[in-house]
Design a protein. Structure first.
Lengths: 131, 404
């Protein structure tokens, strides 16, 4: 399969690879996919509690090149956004940006799910703190 | 050293220059139809075909009249299995084959199953080999054919065909073997191995694509086939169609070269393969070899690199041509059914890479490939949440995964 230049770029130079402290109340972690399905994405966000803006994002992904590129791109996009803005990111935006072929659309879906899961995790933590 | 490096010899092989040289005159001045009985052009072509038939027969211990030319191993498998099924329909309707066969065998059997045939798919053990007792127990008085491949195309595992052939012979059942990956790489002898039908292909043994052969035993027992292709009655009526003379000449020459050089070549290639294996094992943890190392083609290595998805691994080494059992590389989006049959979990099947070494690989290339694989696996493991979790002591089996 031929990859788009953008997929190749994210694969060769993945942005924001790494791990944030999962116990930090400002950090939300989303992990989606399963090893037997051939892809697992873990996306983490760190939220500034005063401004509500995502200050940092990190990912690690087990999966094909398109899965790696989709999650790398997702971390780039969520940075600097509010939670609501980040929730508005749709998988089709990722498909278009990376020119993913139809068989790789599920990679973009997974990336969208990972963003949502990370935000949900962050919100849950906040609630628990308040409660 | 030139890149990209080809290490996917199970998919196809380059035509040996000596094979091409033998073929070229049959595209140019010697273009006759081997069935033209009345002029020199036809005689010349027929002579070339008969020489090739003998070269093929010599490599596998057959007699030339037992070689039927086809377009390749897929056609040979179809002709053998459907041809026997139809010819011997009155005797029985049961066929035994194996879960790890090539699709050319499995899908042929599936089609027969739709028209009233019973098919038994033998499982394989963890090492990829069948259990001979299971084979014996599967034979009934309705069994007309046992079809078991010699070498597997993904994991290179060699089935005990001699014993299988002996069991088939004792029980009066015909034995077909798809030897596409093994002929010319390891010794095969249709008499010593009790083979009644055998498929082989030109382009897996440094011959051209589009040519193959089916060995059909003529004596003890005499095997008859119902033809698939109707027409001019070529190839003893078993396969009509004008013979592909240049292809046949190429296949013959490829067999002759293999016969002369196989003993030496297999030792050289096995040493390269082992060098690759040793280098990978010394530098990488958590890598798993799929299939028996003992009963295996000299040129095959199939390894799962845990926590690194196969397609992403290949993407990181674009200058190395290998293949993967990962779903992402298959048309069906399912991971390798061969690895599944061995009991390899889908998680590890997604991380498998098949290395197929061959005639034109060098030690320098092996060292380069090993270094590239090691580098990319290490890089991707840095990126892998699974590798990180395992290193932190998490049992991945205990994790609740969110499946889509």
């Amino acid at each position: 399969m031929a990859y788009s230049d953008k997929v190749l770029d994210h694969y060769s130079n993945p942005r924001n690879v790494g791990t944030l402290d999962r116990t930090d109340p400002r950090v939300g972690t989303g992990m989606v996919g399963a090893p037997e399905c051939g892809d697992v994405m873990r996306l983490q966000i760190k939220v500034n509690e005063e401004t509500g803006i995502i200050e940092d994002a990190r990912f690690k992904t087990f999966g094909c090149g398109s899965a790696i590129a989709s999650s790398s791109l997702a971390t780039e996009w969520v940075k600097g956004k509010t939670l609501d803005e980040a929730l508005a990111i749709r998988n089709i935006d990722i498909v278009n940006e990376l020119s993913l072929p139809p068989v790789k659309i599920h990679c973009s879906v997974l990336a969208e799910d990972a963003i949502k899961a990370a935000i949900e995790d962050y919100k849950k933590k906040r609630q628990q703190q308040k409660g | 050293m030139k890149t990209p490096i080809y290490m996917d010899y199970h998919a196809t092989t380059p035509v040996d220059p000596r094979v091409l040289d033998a073929m070229l005159p049959y595209f140019r001045e010697k273009f006759g139809n081997a069935a033209s009985r009345n002029h020199a052009f036809g005689w010349e072509a027929e002579q070339a075909v008969e020489k090739a038939r003998k070269q093929i027969a010599d490599l596998i211990g057959a007699s030339p009249q037992e070689i039927i030319f086809t377009s390749g191993a897929t056609e040979s498998d179809n002709l053998a299995i459907k041809g026997v099924a139809r010819m011997y329909a009155e005797r029985g309707n049961h066929i035994i084959t194996v879960a790890t066969e090539h699709k050319a065998v499995l899908d042929t059997c599936k089609r027969l199953a739709k028209s009233g045939y019973e098919v038994t798919y033998l499982p394989v053990q963890r090492d990829g080999l069948i259990d001979l007792d299971q084979l014996k127990n599967a034979i009934t008085d309705k069994t007309i054919l046992i079809s078991v491949m010699h070498a597997n195309n993904e994991i290179g595992v060699l089935q005990p065909i001699r014993e299988i052939g002996r069991i088939a012979r004792e029980r009066g059942v015909l034995f077909h073997t798809d030897a596409t990956q093994s002929v010319g790489k390891v010794p095969v002898n249709v008499n010593d191995d009790n083979i009644d039908l055998m498929s082989l292909s030109g382009h897996k043994m440094y011959g051209p694509k589009g040519i193959g052969a089916l060995y059909v035993r003529r004596k003890n027992p005499r095997v008859q086939l119902a033809a698939e292709m109707d027409g001019g009655g070529h190839e003893r009526g078993m396969r009509s169609g004008t013979l592909n003379v240049p292809g046949i000449v190429g296949l013959g020459e490829a067999c002759a070269i293999c016969q002369r050089e196989m003993a030496e070549e297999s030792v050289r290639i096995a040493a390269l393969r082992d060098r690759l294996k040793d280098k990978l094992q010394s530098e990488l943890d958590e890598i798993y070899i799929n299939g028996s190392m003992e009963h295996r083609l000299p040129n095959n290595l199939n390894i799962s690199f845990a926590y690194v998805e196969g397609e992403s691994l290949m993407m990181g080494m674009k200058d190395v041509a290998v293949s993967s059992g990962s779903a992402c590389t298959s048309a069906t989006l399912e991971p390798s059914y061969v690895l599944r049959a061995l009991g390899v979990g889908d998680d590890l099947a997604h991380t498998s890479i098949r290395f197929g070494l061959g005639r034109f690989n060098t030690e320098e290339e092996v060292d380069y490939v090993a270094a590239r694989v090691i580098e990319v696996v290490k890089k991707l493991r840095e990126l892998s949440p699974l590798y990180e979790m395992v290193k932190e002591g998490v049992d991945l089996k205990s994790v609740q995964w969110v499946k889509d």
